[in-house]
Write a protein that binds this ligand. Structure first.
Ligand code: SAH
Length: 235
């Protein structure tokens, strides 16, 4: 029986998958791939876009719909279906991959399936990938963390005061899921224009955006696929 492989796809640029991940996809019989519905009722899947531009046969891709809801139980329903289908195919000796954007073990809700497989003694492995914030650092030519600096990753909910406290503790900060804390980010930029702010949107896609002008960053709203790196400005 082949282990079910969780393949990390990287942040969007198809060339940022690992060779190991690509090989797993190329030899898979079935690749489970999340998609979502847009407001105008079309399906969209960044993961499928990455896989298809790597030249993987689309017949081997099995898309499943993830409800775009903060309520985790709706996604769990979709994941439980994938669990059942994937384990059935695995028992028929098929090679199965399940994909995730960025790194599959970094703020990746699909890891729920991995945990359930492992808990039930089913062979499963995970291939590392480049998380969005690391690709962001490269895009901006940043030294994301330098010498004795710390790095704190915040998944959305934060306040200007928390950011100030972390910067005073010598930590650089990565804020993901930015749309959850837009007002606090705007406030922080007004309170601390002296910090360095680096804003990234849709990294690795044709809509990619990088801003390092804090006044501009303070005047926009943030889509789901955006993140911010804040550093103390030592100059
Ligand atoms: N597993 C992913 C993280 C998923 S959580 C990883 O390793 O990067 C989703 C959050 O990741 C988004 O809200 C956004 O903050 C960030 N993100 C993921 N892909 C991104 C991209 N292409 N551009 C900018 N931010 C991205």
């Amino acid at each position: 029986m082949h282990p079910i492989i969780f393949v990390s796809l990287g942040p969007g640029d198809p060339e940022l998958i690992s060779i190991k991940g690509l090989k797993a996809l190329m030899s898979a019989d079935c690749i489970f791939c999340p998609q979502t519905f847009t407001k105008d009722n079309h399906t969209t899947s960044r993961a499928a876009d990455i896989i298809l531009s790597l030249g993987i046969n689309s017949c081997n891709i099995r898309r499943f719909t993830l409800p775009m809801s903060k309520q985790r139980d709706k996604a769990i329903g979709a994941y439980n279906k994938v669990y059942i289908e994937a384990t059935k195919l695995q028992s028929e000796n098929k090679k199965i991959c399940i994909v995730a954007e960025g790194d599959a073990g970094f703020y990746s809700s699909i890891h729920y399936i991995f945990d359930k497989l492992q808990a039930n003694g089913i062979p499963v492995t995970q291939i590392a990938g480049i998380p969005a914030f690391i690709a962001a650092g490269a895009l901006g030519g940043l030294h994301v963390a330098n010498q004795n600096e710390r790095l704190t990753v915040i998944p959305g909910a934060t306040t200007a005061e928390e950011i100030e406290k972390l910067i005073n503790e010598n930590s650089n900060i990565v804020i993901m899921k930015l749309s959850q804390c837009t007002d606090q980010i705007h406030r922080c930029i007004h309170l601390h224009p002296e910090y360095s702010y680096h804003y990234f949107e849709n990294i690795g896609t044709s809509n990619q955006k990088y801003l390092n002008n804090s006044q501009e960053i303070a005047s926009i709203s943030y889509p789901y696929f955006s993140l911010l790196i804040i550093q103390h400005n030592h100059n």
